[in-house]
Design a protein around this ligand. Structure first.
Ligand code: PXP
Length: 242
């Protein structure tokens, strides 16, 4: 199972003051040293955290596969085709949102998403669609010919007493996607306390985690923050396989 570390919020902190500190590339290199398998970064339309130059530097210098999160727009597709990250995760984006609040509606925007998936995958970029664990969205994703989906774990993370039901939705969705031959990733709102049951879902082969770990890094350092997550995640995986 791979751990993707989302370093967007290092850029958020940098942009709060202008200038160059703290440096997202340095965070990515430290995350690599702590066991990250890939680096995830979201180039938003409003460039509120990661900027174009960050993407270019990460692609050239971080030493790990780069997973570019982006909205389904012509502008972003052009940038991805130029930078050629290892992978792209297509996400919905609304200017007013604080973070990515829901999954893509692949059914409603099918033609646009399918075209975008085709353009990126033809250029050798692996594409995942960030969706809720709904069968109809998984079916529509399959029809776009995308290689992977990333299941939105936000509802699970925020479910409170309903967490078992949300976990079950993730399990069913992951199994269904795997049955269709789609690679399954997951992410959003994951922490040390809630990651294990998700990491134990067999078809899920990649987790993308950011906000919690960047916050934790402020207290214990980037290496300790990322290393602990990798350890918890792999332990959960081992226990599930036993
Ligand atoms: N995966 C996707 C597609 C996301 O949009 C985000 C948030 O940027 C994450 C994973 C990471 O979520 P979090 O920052 O809550 O760990």
């Amino acid at each position: 199972m791979r751990l993707g570390i989302n370093i967007d919020h290092v850029a958020t902190l940098r942009n709060a003051r202008g200038g160059n500190n703290p440096d997202p590339l340095r965070a990515a290199i430290m995350a690599k040293g702590a066991g990250a398998d890939l680096i995830t970064a979201h180039l938003r339309e409003d460039r509120r955290h990661i900027r174009d130059a960050d993407m270019e530097k990460l692609r050239a210098e971080c030493g790990l596969p780069l997973n570019m999160e982006m909205a389904v727009t012509d502008e972003m597709t052009k940038i991805a085709l130029r930078i050629k990250p290892h992978a792209v995760c297509l996400v919905p984006e609304r200017r007013q949102e604080i973070t990515t609040e829901g999954g893509l509606d692949v059914i409603a925007h099918f033609e646009k998403i399918k075209t975008c998936v085709g353009e990126l995958q033809n250029a050798g970029i692996e594409v995942a669609l960030f969706i809720s664990p709904d069968e109809a969205q998984i079916d529509a994703s399959k029809k776009t010919a995308c290689k992977a989906i990333e299941l939105h774990t936000g509802s699970y993370a925020d479910a409170g007493a309903k967490q078992p039901q949300e976990l079950n939705r993730l399990r069913i969705g992951a199994d269904y996607a795997a049955l269709l031959g789609i690679e399954v990733h997951a992410g959003h709102g994951l922490t040390y306390d809630n990651v294990s049951p998700v990491a134990a879902i067999k078809p899920i082969v990649e987790l993308n985690i950011g906000h919690f770990l960047m916050g934790e890094a402020m207290f214990v350092g980037m290496h300790a923050s990322v290393h602990k997550m990798k350890t918890i995640m792999l332990d959960a995986r081992k226990k599930a396989a036993a």
